[in-house]
Design a protein around this ligand. Structure first.
Ligand SMILES: [Zn+2]
Length: 199
């Protein structure tokens, strides 16, 4: 794969190397690779529906050309599988593979997408909260059954009943009634969602 032995195989790099990845690219791969172990269990939770992806594409989001959003086929399940596979070799081992550039490109991309899915972009959370805020004045607390479709419809946020329950147990949101089905205020849910990185 390396037409010119002794040069880093990464497309944008032409640093001389005894292997197929130069020291700099191996180090870059190492930094991405080190982020993989903590990302996998969260992605698996998201794919099983136990947790919610920070970034949920909305109808308007589809076809967006911002370029920083994960493509639809890179769902949480597939990403977790890819990242598990990526851990089979260490960055130092990838550097000895003749197609080391491929691992370098793919792993950096997967980690970037996984990080977006798990942690989101700060401005993303903020803009979602802003969109919702101006409509929130007249909104009353509502039962979960009503809340879940409301959040999906108004804020493009998909939460599960279980997750709302967990946020309540952890004190991130308050229950607004004392009898019957519990009701929660969408505003508090949105605030908890926006701060999800810290939860
Ligand atoms: Zn390089």
């Amino acid at each position: 794969m390396n037409p010119e032995p002794g040069i880093c195989t990464v497309n944008t790099c032409d640093v001389p190397t005894q292997e197929y990845l130069c020291h700099h690219c191996t180090q870059e791969l190492q930094e991405a690779w080190d982020q993989i172990p903590p990302l996998i269990p969260v992605l698996e939770d998201i794919s099983r529906g136990h947790d919610v992806a920070f970034y949920q594409p909305t109808a308007e989001g589809r076809g967006s050309t911002t370029g920083s959003r994960p493509p639809m086929n890179l769902n949480a399940y597939q990403l977790a599988l890819n990242l598990r596979q990526a851990l089979i070799y260490t960055p130092a081992e990838y550097a000895t593979h003749s197609d080391g550039w491929r691992a370098h490109t793919q792993i950096l991309e997967w980690v970037h997408h996984a990080d977006l899915m798990v942690n989101g972009e700060p401005e993303d959370a903020e803009s979602k909260a802003n969109i919702a805020r101006y409509k929130l004045r007249d909104i009353q607390p509502m039962p979960v059954k009503q809340l879940i479709p409301w959040l999906k419809d108004k804020a493009g946020i998909e939460l599960t009943r279980k997750q709302i329950q967990r946020w309540h147990e952890r004190g991130f949101i308050r229950r607004h009634n004392t009898t019957g089905h519990p009701t929660y205020h969408p505003k508090e849910i949105l605030q908890a969602h926006a701060q999800r990185q810290n939860i």
